[in-house]
Design a protein around this ligand. Structure first.
Ligand code: ADP
Ligand code: MG
Length: 701
């Protein structure tokens, strides 16, 4: 249960004074809420101002900056109403200080209001931007006109927030102020000595400092208040991941030792031998399986590094030990592809393999479920359908999760709980920089597949403006004449599936004018069966060009495909371009990747394309990607809705991550039920940052 002390922070922002339904909707748009519902008071508090206007500097008129908003102390010397009351001429008010004169300009002004707020001879403080107009200094519509009383109430530094259309700074400032007044002093969850050593403010004090800034220094991301808040968020995620890990470990493992019989059979069927990296990863995995502890291992490998085979051999080991294994893929297409590629190997080794997806017919599904429960099936490959409650195993020993970042922690747990001691192997195709592994997966053991299978040829990557489409079409025509196959990827348009689809459909039609029925089409809105049919036709070579939206992004394997055309490459992220390119260059023949772009390229798109041309090293690309984009996008968290970070930014707060990890480890070790006073405070932290899924584990355990 959520600690009561947090209730005011979990109320809707609509409960704040001055926030009506309309503002509430605007907030919903402006605040990145991880929970996806109506924005809460806490969301508002986590929407930190990105900069501020310093109101304390009081420059003189003559030396005031013309770049920024300034606050000036002046005396009103003259009123110049427009000559003709009906005209468009402005009302001018001349003000001065000892260094010079300035004209304030008011269009369509209410004269009485001007007389009242700027009486002749009075001293006033005015804020706005100064500009030079026909040799004279002027300020159009000052944003503030204050007398002495109002000045005293002015915050020394005014916070500036990220907005959305229709939302004003004033509205956010007022609402944040109201939100702050609801914020209770929370029990301190940060480790005592660390807290003392860093001299950080309390959580409440930190938020007050940031939202009611007293000095512009607060906008430095290294300011103690900012560091504290970032640390809180990192700590919450590390504790949550730590609890998941601890729970898995506590549930205990079972030693599963293989005989090598099935694996050897499978290896014997392959026309190649394992790479050094594959052998090494398998050795690590098998050692984990054979130990009495639970395995929680991440296999990281670039596209095409041969992760699937590693997974299959790991599963084979589990089957040799007399238990079952399951492999979960993020999409139907991938689940089916894994199934089909594993089937001949499994048949040769006399392993019973099954496929389970959301699309199976009722009767078929019933049979599969029964066979899983009786143990007649050794290995099952499927989609998230594997999570469902109806799915029971006789003795599940290993769960492999492919392309993990599409699944949440929750799903990982769900599969882990399908047996009494399930080892978990997670595979990611996105090479993730080390800091991110820690952030998103926590303390997992990692095997890296840095080496690619021998004989892979470098991919020739070229960038061309879309105007050269004719040449590209002609080139592809020649290539398919001599037996090549090509992917043609059409981009995401505005994240709008329908427009997306239109682009791909249109491209397919254009290509069909040249290549008739050699052109296939696959997109996200097709029914599962149609998708499979399109993929299979391409796999078998019945179609030679496969036009696709980004559904082919992850994992599809057609070694004969040697050409990848990416249309509007400028709209894709670097990681995505790399994943797409990884679909080719898998066979013996030399492959080409054509990045078609629409000129002119923006700075970032240009950088991405040139990195793509420079390197195929996924790890290097991931690092560059991290520099070019926010870290959330590297993992595609935007699409999958995995909560990202709102207060911490790894580029600037990365150094805090290992500290948070060590602290989290200590918490989980010393107080696994979070029952000590500090443990209770940490629970509050987990709820506050929406990581309370992990708290439920405490009760379950
Ligand atoms: P990933 O999932 O890491 O992107 P895959 O497992 O799909 O890569 O492997 C890509 C291709 O490489 C597949 O066609 C696979 O059969 C092949 N492959 C895997 N291991 C080897 C190896 N050791 N030598 C040659 N080819 C391999
Ligand atoms: Mg794969």
């Amino acid at each position: 249960m959520r600690p009561d002390i947090l209730n005011p922070l979990f109320a809707s922002v609509a409960t704040l004074p001055g926030v009506g339904p309309k503002t509430c909707t605007l907030f919903e748009r402006a605040l990145a809420t991880a929970h996806g519902g109506e924005p809460r008071v806490a969301d508002l508090l986590f929407h930190l101002p990105h900069s501020g206007i310093d109101r304390r500097a009081r420059p003189k008129i003559a030396e005031a900056s013309r770049e920024q908003i300034v606050l000036l102390e002046v005396t009103v010397t003259e009123h110049r109403p427009p000559q003709n009351a009906r005209g468009k001429a402005p009302f001018r008010v001349v003000v001065e200080d000892e260094t010079g004169e300035l004209t304030l300009i008011f269009f369509a002004a209410n004269h009485q209001w001007i007389e009242r707020s700027l009486p002749l001879g009075a001293k006033r403080w005015i804020s706005g931007k100064i500009e030079l107009w026909e040799g004279r200094l002027q300020m159009v519509h000052p944003d503030k006109i204050l007398d002495e009383t109002a000045l005293a109430k002015l915050p020394p530094v005014e916070p500036v927030y990220g907005l959305t259309e229709g939302l004003t700074q004033r509205a956010v400032q007022k609402a944040s102020d109201a939100a702050l007044s609801k914020l209770p002093e929370l029990p301190e969850w940060i480790d005592g000595p660390l807290f003392a050593q860093k001299r950080w403010p309390s959580f409440k004090a930190a938020l007050e400092l940031v939202h009611r800034p007293e000095e512009p220094k607060i906008f430095d991301p290294q300011h103690p208040a900012r560091l504290r808040l970032a640390y809180d968020e990192l700590l919450a995620s590390q504790v949550a991941l730590g609890l998941v890990r601890a729970r898995m470990k506590k549930l205990g493992g079972r030693a599963s030792v293989g005989t090598g019989k099935i694996s050897d059979k499978i290896l014997g069927e392959l026309p190649f031998s394992l790479t050094g990296a594959q052998v090494e990863a398998l050795t690590e995995i098998r050692a984990d399986l054979a130990s009495g502890e639970r395995m929680l291992r991440l296999v990281q490998g670039d596209v095409g590094s041969g992760k699937t085979l590693v997974a299959l051999l790991a599963m084979a080991t589990m089957v040799e030990a007399g238990r079952q294994a399951a492999m979960m893929a993020p999409t139907e297409i991938l689940a089916r592809q894994h199934y089909e590629r594993m089937l001949p190997l499994c048949e040769a080794a006399r392993v019973k393999l099954a496929l389970l997806t959301g699309r199976d017919k009722a009767a078929e599904r019933k049979k599969t479920l029964a066979a899983l429960e009786s143990g007649d099936i050794d290995i099952v490959v499927g989609t998230h359908a594997l999570f469902q409650e109806a799915v029971a195993f006789k003795d599940l020993g290993l769960a492999v999760v492919d392309e993990q970042h599409r699944f949440g922690v929750h799903q990982r747990l769900a599969l882990g709980s399908k047996g009494d001691a399930v080892d978990v192997l997670v595979m990611t195709a996105t090479p993730i920089p080390r800091t991110l592994v820690l952030t998103y997966f926590g303390d997992m053991d990692v095997s890296m597949l840095r080496e690619k299978p021998a004989g892979r040829q470098p991919i020739d990557t070229r960038a061309l403006p879309i105007e050269r489409l004719d040449e590209v079409v002609a080139g592809i025509g020649r290539a398919i004449q001599s037996g090549a196959r090509a992917y043609w990827v059409c981009p995401l348009v505005d994240e709008n599936e329908e427009l997306d689809l239109a682009a791909a459909t249109e491209r397919a039609e254009v290509l069909r004018q040249f290549f008739a029925d050699q052109v296939g089409l696959v997109h996200g809105q097709m029914k599962g069966k149609e998708k499979d049919a399109a993929m299979e036709a391409f796999q078998r070579g019945e179609t030679k060009i496969l036009v696709a939206t980004t559904v082919i992004e992850v994992g599809v394997d057609v070694p004969e495909a040697t050409i990848m055309v990416i249309e509007h490459a400028e709209r894709f992220g670097l990681a995505q371009l790399h994943q797409l390119r990884g679909r080719v260059g898998r066979g013996k023949d030399r492959s080409t990747c054509l990045l078609l772009y629409k000129a002119p390229l923006g700075e970032v798109s240009e950088a991405r394309i040139s990195i793509m041309r420079e390197t195929e090293d996924g790890f290097r690309i991931a690092e560059e990607d991290l520099k070019l984009r926010g870290e959330g996008e590297v993992l595609g968290t935007r699409q999958s809705g995995t909560p990202g970070f709102r207060l911490a930014s790894l580029d600037v707060h990365g150094a805090l991550l290992p500290v948070a990890r060590d602290d989290a480890r200590m918490i989980v070790e010393k107080d696994p039920d979070l029952s000590s006073p500090r443990g209770q405070a940490v629970r509050t932290l987990l709820y506050l940052f929406g990581r309370d899924e992990a708290v439920k584990l405490l009760r379950a355990g």
